[in-house]
Structures are given as structure tokens and as C-alpha cells.
Design a protein around this ligand. Structure first.
Ligand SMILES: [Zn+2]
Length: 551
């Protein structure tokens, strides 16, 4: 196996280390010895501190942040790492802004002007971090799914100048035509495409100069009700400042399907018939003979937050300027003073558990007798829960060149219910890191699940996506689902229960019945995987069909 050959090779390079230390005659042994420092007791200690009430739910810009940043800095220092910021500090400042939008929308169709009801007919906000944002008399155009994906031969912007327009879009992505499975998608068949996300659609529309984007809420068939989507739009949002060149659209939001049908009548029929047409690549944007005017007031507040960053410098003169990046978000939702009783979102599983693994892996890697050939960068990010703010800020202001960042491995949530016989990459199928994860799992006699989890959608849902978008081969390793000595559906049950009752609730707390033996094995698995990536001359690659591969 690769690691064995690698071991010999590494020893050839580190003759002194290999002969002087009898306990680590091969690189493989070195990794194994260091993995003993990863223990359930230490992991629980980290989680218990981070998820304590004293840390107040670790909201960015609060005293909970200061405590968290101090704790992580101290632990990285104790582990023997170096300050990760080239300016000699352990943090990267992340200036962020909170914005709460109040909006009005009037539609003019010929001589008829109508103001839509906010919250029941439309919801909108502006990510432009300005107090007042207006869009006047903008032509409304139905733009299908709002996708421009040359690699799939798909363009909803055909023969169309989007500048200044208000685009109405469907959520999701076009369905495969004539497919036997009704849920099969046109682009990746069994996997979700990033082109189907609202994030990318909004960025595409902004790039094309559109003024506003309104997604059409499809009523019953939508995953969340219009009321929930509207409330999320009007709640405080967070962002980091954009460059002038990459300003977001002025207004983004939702309209109901019945407003859409009213706007469409005459021009395009109704939503149901248009939806069928929207899965045909020949459909061109449909002007709706109506104009939109928006006025948005933003209540803004600025705050400063921090990524915590630590470095383990590589030992190989050629490879040490390349970096393997390990991330976990330290932040959570803070506290809500309007709740009766418990007000603190402790975020024990999300993501004190992932952060604890990050710390344990850092400590173990720093302990390895022969330092890894490539450098390893540990980045505990802020603002993941606010829309990947810390990760996005890092990508825009990298401390080490992204082109030299050979892999990103992100940890978000961890297993607290005992040992599993399997492990996962929630970004399975995207990069050659899968081979590394599989090899490391085999060493533990565990299986590496070789299928995309939940249609690959989790890939888009944590910090790794920001690095993927910047071209860094990114992964999202996660715990397994097959619990040793338990019925096969035990994992689904536990995660299902967690998702329904505790996820993003004040009850995501440390429990007396936790069993971190599985989390220890997961961290050891990742330690080994990271070790392999640091030693192998070949850099991890995107797969041929990966959407984030540079073309
Ligand atoms: Zn999380």
C-alpha cells in the first residue's frame, strides 16, 4: 500500500530521524505512535469548555468569542504549534457587518401600480451594506432556473442582457428529460449541482448586472413554507464587505407562486406550465410586461471577529511551502435573551465537537517525531453559522497562497454515540482525497462509504464550499453511520433525533451518556489521512467531472 512505500521514502529523506528514534522506524509507525495522544477524555474536556454556559454560545463579536479565541490560542500554543498568521499572531481579523432589511416593492403593469404585501406576497433584503438601497422601474423578466453552466451546455441567459433587470427564478435545477427516476437531475443525475444553489444563482445574476433576483416560492412543493422563507429573509443577515467589482445584486428575495401567476398571465401562462418549459434548454428569458421598484432600508451594525490560525511548518525544503488546511468553525448561535429558561445555544455537537477534533489532531501531528513534509495549517473559523463568513474572508485574504494550499479538510459536527465501523466524506466523489480517506480507513479496518451522502448536498453547507469555489480540492469528512454492536438504523435514529430536537437549539449540549470512542477513532483516521497528504509528492486533485475543477 502507498503508505508503506511512502514510509521507506520518507525515511530515506530523514535518515537521522529514522535511525535516532527506534520507535519510529517508518513514517507509518510515527503516525501511529502520535495517534495515542488523541483521547476521549481530552476531547470531552475541550467540548465541555467550548460548549459551557460561560462561553455563551460562542457568538462572533461577543465576550463568548474572546473566551473561545483565548482558549483555542492557548491550546494550539500548548500543542507546540506556531502562530499561523505571518504577522506573528494567532488570529486573523474578520471585519463583519450585520444587516436587517425592511423593504417595499411596487409593481407597475401599464397604468396599474400595485404595492405588494411584505411578508405575505414578497420578502426581500439587500446585501449591499448601505442604509438605503433603491431599484427604480426595473423590467421584470422570468429567467428560468437562472443558471449559466457552460460545462453542461445550459444557459438561462441566452440572447439576453440582464443589466438593470429584476429576474424571477425557479429554485433548484432542471430535471433530466425522459429519465426513469423522477428526481434525477439533468446535470449530475444522482448528485446535486452547485449551479442549483441560490448562492451561485445570485452571484451569477450580479455578475451579469441584474438589479434584483426574486425566487418563486412554489407553495406546497417547497421544502420550507413561504412564511419561514420570508422570516429568514427579514432576520438579521451577516456579510463581509465585497470588492466594488463583486457587489451583490441590489435586492434579493422571494415572491409567492400566486403573485408569479398574476405577473405571468398573458405573457407565460402559469407556474406549472412554465416549470415544464424551464427544463428545456431552448427556453429563453420571458419579459413579463411589468416593472418593479424596490426600496430597502438596512439597519447596519459592524463588529469585528477572528479566525484562529496555527501552523505546523513542514520539514521538506521543497514541499514545506505547500499547505494542507484543516478547518473547523468555532462559532455558534450565541444566546437569545427572549427565551424563557435556557437561553444559550451551547453548540456542543455543532461545532465544539469538530473543534475538539481539530485540537486533538493538531496536538498529535505536532508530536510526530518526523515532522510532516508539507506544512499543515489549522484554521478555526468564525461566522460559519452566519454564512461561512470567516472562511470566505480567508479565501479573499489568504494568509498563504491558495494556489499552494493543496487540500482543505473541514470538520463540522462529530460523533458522540460510540464506535462506528464506517466513515464518510460528505463531499464524496469530488476529489482524489477519497482515496486517501479510504486508505486511512482500511488501516483501522473500517469501511469508507463510497457513495455521495444525501445527494452530495452537504458539500455546499459548511466552510469547505468557500475553499472549493476558490479551486482548493476540498473535503468534508464525517462520522460513519454503522454503530458497532447496534442495529443498522441506530445511526439514522441518533442523527435524526439530533436534527429534529437539538440542531441549532439550546439543547445542543454535552450529555452524560456520550461515548466519544468513535470520535477518537475518527480523529485518528483523519490524522493518518492528513499525514498521507503531507507526505505524498502528488497533490490531491479534483475529479474529472468535479464542478470546481479549473477548466
Ligand atoms: Zn456547524
Amino acid at each position: 500500500m502507498a503508505t508503506h512505500k511512502l514510509g521507506t521514502f520518507v525515511c530515506a529523506l530523514f535518515v537521522i530521524g529514522c535511525t535516532a528514534n527506534r520507535n519510529s522506524t517508518t513514517a507509518d509507525d510515527a503516525w501511529r505512535a502520535a495517534s495515542a495522544s488523541i483521547t476521549a477524555a481530552e476531547m470531552l474536556a475541550h467540548i465541555s469548555v467550548l460548549a459551557s454556559d460561560e462561553f455563551e454560545g460562542r457568538a462572533p463579536g461577543t465576550p463568548g468569542e474572546s473566551k473561545t479565541v483565548s482558549y483555542l490560542t492557548e491550546e494550539f500554543r500548548r500543542a507546540g504549534l506556531l502562530p499561523g498568521n505571518p504577522d506573528g499572531t494567532w488570529t486573523q481579523r474578520v471585519p463583519a457587518t450585520g444587516f436587517t432589511s425592511t423593504s417595499a416593492l411596487t409593481i407597475r403593469s401599464g397604468n396599474v401600480v400595485r404595492e405588494l404585501a411584505r411578508g405575505s406576497e414578497f420578502a426581500a433584503r439587500s446585501r449591499r451594506l448601505q442604509a438605503d438601497v433603491r431599484v427604480d422601474d426595473s423590467e421584470i423578466v422570468f429567467a428560468g432556473y437562472g443558471i449559466d453552466a457552460p460545462q453542461y451546455g445550459w444557459n438561462d441567459y441566452k440572447h439576453f442582457d440582464a443589466r438593470g433587470k429584476t429576474l424571477l427564478m425557479l429554485e433548484g435545477e432542471p430535471k433530466a428529460s425522459g429519465s426513469e427516476t423522477p428526481e434525477a437531475t439533468r446535470f449530475r443525475k444522482t448528485k446535486a449541482s452547485f449551479f442549483g444553489t441560490r448562492t451561485l444563482k445570485l452571484d451569477t445574476a450580479a455578475r451579469k448586472g441584474a438589479a434584483a433576483v426574486l425566487f418563486v416560492h412554489e407553495g406546497e412543493t417547497s421544502r420550507v413554507s413561504f412564511a419561514v422563507a420570508a422570516a429568514a429573509t427579514e432576520r438579521e443577515g451577516f456579510d463581509i464587505a465585497s470588492n466594488a467589482a463583486d457587489q451583490p445584486v441590489a435586492v434579493e428575495g422571494w415572491i409567492t407562486s400566486s403573485v408569479f401567476d398574476q405577473l405571468c398571465s398573458g405573457a407565460c401562462g402559469d407556474l406549472a406550465s412554465l416549470k415544464k418549459k424551464a427544463s428545456d434548454e431552448r427556453l429563453e428569458p420571458v419579459p413579463l410586461n411589468a416593472r418593479a421598484s424596490f426600496s430597502v432600508r438596512n439597519a447596519l451594525r459592524s463588529f469585528e471577529s477572528h479566525n484562529v490560525v496555527a501552523l505546523l511548518p513542514g520539514s521538506d525544503p521543497k514541499l514545506r511551502d505547500e499547505y494542507v488546511l484543516l478547518t473547523a468553525h468555532w462559532d455558534h448561535l450565541g444566546r437569545n435573551p427572549s427565551l424563557a429558561g435556557d437561553q444559550i445555544y451551547n453548540g456542543a455537537i455543532d461545532n465544539a465537537a469538530g473543534t475538539a477534533q481539530l485540537l486533538e489532531i493538531a496536538e498529535a501531528l505536532a508530536n510526530i517525531a518526523n515532522r510532516p513534509r508539507r506544512s499543515v495549517l489549522f484554521l478555526a473559523t468564525t461566522g460559519e453559522e452566519r454564512g461561512f463568513l470567516g472562511a470566505r474572508y480567508y479565501v479573499r485574504h489568504p494568509l498563504y497562497p491558495l494556489a499552494s494550499t493543496v487540500a482543505e479538510i473541514n470538520l463540522d459536527s462529530g460523533n458522540v454515540w460510540g464506535r462506528t465501523s464506517d466513515v464518510n466524506n460528505l463531499a464524496y466523489g469530488e476529489t482524489t482525497l477519497d482515496e486517501v480517506f479510504a486508505a486511512a480507513a482500511r488501516q483501522q479496518r473500517r469501511t469508507f462509504s463510497e457513495e455521495p451522502f444525501a445527494g452530495g448536498t452537504y458539500f455546499f453547507l459548511s466552510d469547505q464550499i468557500e475553499f472549493a469555489r476558490a479551486g482548493v480540492p476540498a473535503s468534508f469528512p464525517g462520522p460513519g453511520n454503522l454503530y458497532v454492536g447496534k442495529p443498522t438504523d441506530y445511526g439514522d435514529q441518533r442523527w435524526g433525533e439530533y436534527g429534529a430536537k437539538d440542531y441549532h437549539q439550546v439543547s445542543d449540549e454535552v450529555r452524560a451518556d456520550w461515548d466519544l470512542s468513535g470520535a477518537v477513532e475518527d480523529a485518528q483516521w483523519l490524522l493518518h489521512a492528513i499525514w498521507i497528504v503531507t507526505q505524498d509528492e502528488r497533490r490531491p486533485q479534483w475529479r474529472e467531472d468535479a464542478e470546481f475543477r479549473r477548466r
